[in-house]
Design a protein around this ligand. Structure first.
Ligand code: UD2
Length: 300
């Protein structure tokens, strides 16, 4: 990446922030973030920070000046908020992406886009491969599907170098632990506070949790691959139940919190897990952090 200029949208957020931290020592980094979710204080001083909205064409175009690769991580990440306000989700997640792609077309920059397992909705079978049906169950999922399809279409129509990375359940230290965030950061918060860990439903639902460092790895590989115009599942290929997860969090933290069961969450996906053979073969992606290893990184 030496001599490369990169733009990270959402670079003040969880995934974008980790990318920025990784790239700052080796590349020229610009961050574009409106700080609706992220923290401006977290942006390292070595990076150029533009506070602005990805829906604003001029802001995005200015930020893209001289950029070789865009990591597009800016999004309204909450599924429940997208259900409350579909239009806000659409303008941020779909229109915002289109604005980024348009600016990239003007500046001939490669775009690596954060897509999501949410595009698959409730899958018929697991593990899910990229060719499986897409049937989103939320405005968030549908907007991510639009993002995903636009990245492909921009390659086909305009020859733009694009890659979509379909993230499964991303976790790691630094992920915010509010109602909209991932179960792992919520469980750690509760375990540390000695409060009960609430499992929604019977706890037998499964997820494929992928550690943030491996998501960064996938992005770096996508930035240099020849296999563009493609979408890749980014997970580990391994699933755990939410009960097993709760038990592992208690073990790692040594917490004596109880595990309690509550009503299932409305619209919850039963099983989710990635078939990552395409990312393995075409990107050379190989997850390096096991769930045990990733969870232990929270207590270091
Ligand atoms: C993930 C993504 C979401 C979207 C979706 C697509 C995160 C944070 N969310 O939602 O953006 O891509 O996948 O399907 O990665 N749970 C509990 N107790 C809690 C919190 C959650 O039992 O306190 C359960 C929850 O009911 C679910 C599982 O844990 O079965 C995972 O929940 P989540 O909110 O971390 O992620 P998910 O898979 O619903």
């Amino acid at each position: 990446f030496a001599g490369t200029s990169v733009l990270v949208t959402g670079g003040a957020g969880f995934i974008g922030g980790k990318l920025v931290e990784t790239l700052v020592p080796v590349a020229d980094v610009t961050v574009l973030d409106d700080c609706s979710g992220g923290d401006p204080e977290s942006v390292p001083s070595e990076a150029t920070f533009v506070q602005g909205d990805i829906r604003d064409r001029e802001t995005v175009s200015d930020a893209m000046e001289g950029i070789d690769v865009v990591f597009h991580e800016a999004a309204l990440v909450s599924v429940s908020r997208s259900v409350e306000d579909p239009l806000e989700s659409h303008t941020r997640n779909a229109t915002g992406t289109l604005t980024v792609l348009e600016a990239a077309r003007d500046h001939d920059a490669r775009v690596v886009c954060a897509s999501s397992a949410a595009i698959y909705g409730q899958p018929d079978t697991v593990p899910i491969s990229e060719t499986d049906p897409t049937r989103p169950t939320s405005p968030y999922g549908l907007d991510k599907l639009a993002l995903d399809e636009y990245t492909r279409l921009y390659h086909e129509l305009y020859g733009l170098e694009t890659v979509a990375l379909r993230y499964f359940n991303v976790y790691g230290p630094g992920q915010p632990a509010n109602d909209y965030s991932g179960v792992i950061s919520i469980f750690f918060d509760r375990a540390r506070a000695g409060e009960p860990l609430t499992v929604f439903g019977d706890g037998e639902q499964t997820r494929d949790f992928v550690f943030i460092d491996d998501v960064v790895q996938a992005n770096l590989r996508a930035a240099v691959t020849d296999e563009v115009g493609e979408a890749y599942n980014i997970g580990t290929g391994t699933r755990v139940t939410i009960t097993e997860l709760a038990e592992s969090v208690l073990e790692v933290t040594g917490s004596r919190s109880e595990i309690v069961y509550d009503d299932p969450r409305e619209g919850d996906i039963r099983h989710s897990g990635a078939d990552i053979s395409k990312a393995r073969e075409m990107l050379g992606f190989e997850p390096s952090v096991s769930l045990e290893g990733g969870l232990s990184r929270f207590v270091e």
